[in-house]
Each structure stands twice: as structure tokens, then as C-alpha cells.
Design a binder for this molecule. Structure first.
Ligand code: CA
Length: 224
């Protein structure tokens, strides 16, 4: 899930971006309205956190421009104002929700998930393989109807394997996609997380889905 945070206050932006990354989201950052609009033209985001008071185009103007060009990316407005008029203005202009600063991160993440759940029916398909199902928006995994609780990284790794189900993915590709940084080649972080995933996703079930392809990487598929 790709999120954009448009906020000129560095401290708030860092705090929100770090928290969302820890929750397993991919987070892009913009410090001005122009920058946010440029990123929104270039990429598809699952949700935008949009500060009302931005230099250049305000968050409100960014929202208006987005909707005017038919872009229905979900928007959560962040605002220091709590005037009822402003909230109504934001919602009428097509914001999905708003949050008044200062806010607790737990409230922010609850709002983000609620918006993503609502938009899930419109946009995000479930990922399934055999009896395994992953809901990217609700961040929920089930196997044979039983819910499996995963950490943020385990979830991202399983999502990546499901997106590539039936194909072999190398450790390097997994590192680049799930960790988004260059680890030393010697790092065994992928092996460690595959082990965690297997304990939760495969161990309790008769059919094993996560296969090791020797010397290459991993593949999500039924055993040959
Ligand atoms: Ca601001």
C-alpha cells in the first residue's frame, strides 16, 4: 500500500511517515502543495494525508485540483483548524475524512485503515491462492477461514509472494520490494522472515505453500 503525506512541518511529517512505515506502508513525502500534485500525477497512491496549511497551493487547493481532474484517490485532511465550517468545506470538496491537529498516532492509523477499508470495495482486490486470502486494505490474512495474525513485515512479505504466486522470486527482489533498501548480500533477513511466515502460514496446515527454490529464492505454490 502506497501512501503520500503532504505536510510542510518536518516534525509532523517525520512522525507520521515513520509510524506508517512501521505499520508496513510504503510512504512518500511532499513538503509543498506543488510537490504533492506532481507526485499524484506521477504515481498511484492508496491514500493521501493532506495538510490544510501548505506553502504554495494549500492542501484544500490540492484537494480541489485533484477532484477537478477526476482523481478519486482517498484523502485524509490534516488540519490545525477545528472550525466546523472548514470541516464541512473539506468534506464537500471531496475529502474522505479529516483529523484535527494535534492528534495521536493511534487515531490517525485508525482513520487511515477505515478509509482504506471503505475504498477497498472500489479498488483493492483480495489476493488469494488456494485457501489463503490476503486483504491488502483491511490488512487481514486468513487460511481455510482461520485468521492469521502477522507483523507488518511478515504481511508485506506474504503480500509480495502472493502478488507473484506461482513464480519464483529471488532474495534480491524480495529485499528490494519488501525492505526497500540495500542490505548486505550476507544478510539473512529474508530467510529469517520466511521462517516466521512458514510458522504461521504453513506449519498449522497440511499443505505447504511457501517453497524454497534452491539457489534462487522462493515461490508461493502448491508442492510439486
Ligand atoms: Ca502545515
Amino acid at each position: 500500500m502506497q501512501l503520500l503525506i503532504a505536510e510542510d512541518e518536518r516534525r509532523v511529517r517525520d512522525f507520521v511517515a515513520r509510524g506508517l512505515k512501521e505499520e508496513g506502508f510504503v510512504v512518500h513525502e511532499a513538503a509543498t502543495g506543488e510537490n504533492a500534485l506532481a507526485l499524484l500525477s506521477a504515481e498511484t497512491f492508496d491514500l493521501v494525508l493532506l495538510d490544510w496549511m501548505l506553502p504554495g497551493f494549500s492542501g484544500f487547493e490540492v484537494l480541489q485540483q485533484l477532484r477537478a481532474r477526476g482523481d478519486m484517490t482517498p484523502v485524509l485532511m490534516l488540519t490545525a483548524r477545528d472550525a466546523v465550517d472548514d470541516r464541512a468545506l473539506a468534506l464537500n470538496a471531496g475529502a474522505d475524512d479529516y483529523l484535527v491537529k494535534p492528534f495521536a498516532f493511534t487515531e490517525l492509523i485508525a482513520r487511515v485503515r477505515a478509509i482504506l477499508r471503505r475504498s477497498a470495495g472500489r479498488a483493492t482486490p483480495l489476493l488469494t491462492y488456494g485457501d489463503l486470502t490476503l486483504d491488502p486494505a483491511a490488512r487481514r490474512v486468513t487460511r481455510a477461514g482461520t485468521e492469521i495474525r502477522l507483523t507488518a513485515k511478515e504481511f508485506s512479505l506474504l503480500q509480495f509472494l502472493l502478488e507473484n504466486a506461482g513464480r519464483v522470486v529471488s532474495r534480491t527482489r524480495i529485499l528490494e520490494s519488501v525492505w526497500e533498501q540495500d542490505f548486505e548480500n550476507y544478510s539473512n533477513v529474508v530467510e529469517v522472515y520466511v521462517r516466521y511466515l512458514r510458522a504461521k502460514v504453513d506449519a498449522p496446515f497440511a499443505t505447504k505453500l511457501i517453497q524454497t527454490v534452491r539457489g534462487v529464492g522462493y515461490s508461493l505454490r502448491h508442492e510439486a
